[in-house]
Write a protein that binds this ligand. Structure first.
Ligand code: CP
Ligand code: NVA
Length: 319
């Protein structure tokens, strides 16, 4: 057992992070990005192995974790949906205990958040949530990093509108706003709001508002965010969702209500012509490719934090 496993931390959500840890992760991500751009190597995880369990498809999550681990001097193993059959061919507990004997870090993308929680509970090595039906914290870390690049380190003064499905991304936005202190306005069609506990949190902590009115949500905001109307695993509902989400598209007409310098964000993959138009996603306000790239830098910071906590500077100096 090494020092990291004695004080094991996981990265499953934002709720278990302190504000200082969030600031430290964002600062470390920015430093690793700057170093990479000028060719400074940072092999903090030399000889370490990351196992990546995917029960859903992925472009960004896979390539950023795999590339990130290589850039940190380590190695990543990709396990496709049919490879290990977690919870079916073998119990979550047995997968966790076997993996922890050989690898240093586990990333899981799965359906039930409980699977990720159980994996983390049974594993002696840190576990990272690479998306569940409940939350997508890695995406949010990259998104906050992108917002800092555009607006400066102080996130508190920003106003964010999330327009669309109150699913994993929207729920992660509620967690992120709670920790980082910015105002969050959600606009979801009736019947597509986040889970009750998240809506309650939004209200109890006065994080922001929820309505079914995209114009109201977007008025005077700095960031307009959307996600696919049909998430992975819900493909059979696509036709109904296209009808129910009518009027929730991010297009030029809706963007006119946002602040002049507002940016448009999307976690991707995008369904062009549905939740967002070509004009907007390819337009000057769009930062979607910065978000995608920042997955790399933000997740490298998470992996370094989990395995080399000594590297993380918890209290970055103010701007
Ligand atoms: N945004 C995101 O997680 O992308 P992938 O599904 O391609 O990994
Ligand atoms: N809500 C989407 C996010 C994809 C990154 C999904 O779960 O499919």
């Amino acid at each position: 057992m090494n020092a990291a496993t004695q004080t094991k931390r996981d990265f499953l959500d934002f709720s278990s992070l302190s504000e200082a840890e969030l600031a430290g992760l964002l600062a470390l991500g920015a430093r690793l990005k700057a170093e990479l751009k000028i060719g400074i190597e940072h092999p903090y995880l030399r000889g370490k192995t990351l196992a990546m369990i995917f029960q859903k498809p992925s472009l960004r999550t896979r390539i950023t974790f795999e590339t990130g681990m290589a850039q940190l001097g380590g190695h990543a193993i990709y396990l496709a949906p049919n490879d290990i059959g977690i919870g079916e061919r073998e119990s979550v507990k047995d997968v966790a205990r076997n993996m922890a004997r050989c690898v240093d870090l586990i990333m899981i993308r799965t359906f039930s958040h409980e699977t990720a929680v159980e994996l983390a509970r049974e594993s002696t090595v840190p576990v990272i949530n690479g998306l569940t039906d409940l939350l997508h914290p890695c995406q949010l870390l990259a998104d906050l990093m992108t917002m800092q690049e555009r607006f400066g380190r102080e996130l508190r003064k920003l106003r964010v509108a999330f327009v669309g499905d109150g699913f994993n991304l929207a729920q992660s936005w509620i967690e992120a706003a709670s920790l980082a202190g910015f105002e969050l306005r959600l606009a979801c069609p009736k019947g597509y709001e986040p889970e009750k506990s998240f809506v309650q949190r939004l209200r109890n902590e006065e994080i922001g508002t929820i309505s079914d009115n995209p114009v109201e949500a977007v008025t005077d905001v700095d960031v307009v965010y959307t996600d696919t109307w049909t998430s992975m695993g819900r493909e059979k509902e696509a036709a109904r969702r296209r009808r129910d989400f009518k009027g929730f598209q991010i297009n030029d007409a809706l963007m006119k209500h946002a602040r002049k310098g507002a940016i448009v964000m999307h976690c991707l993959p995008a369904h062009r012509g549905e939740e967002i138009t070509d004009d907007v996603i390819d337009g000057p306000r769009s930062v979607v490719l910065d978000q995608a790239e920042n997955r790399l830098h933000a997740q490298k910071a998470v992996m370094v934090w989990l395995l080399r906590p000594d590297i993380l500077r918890i209290a970055p100096s103010p701007d």
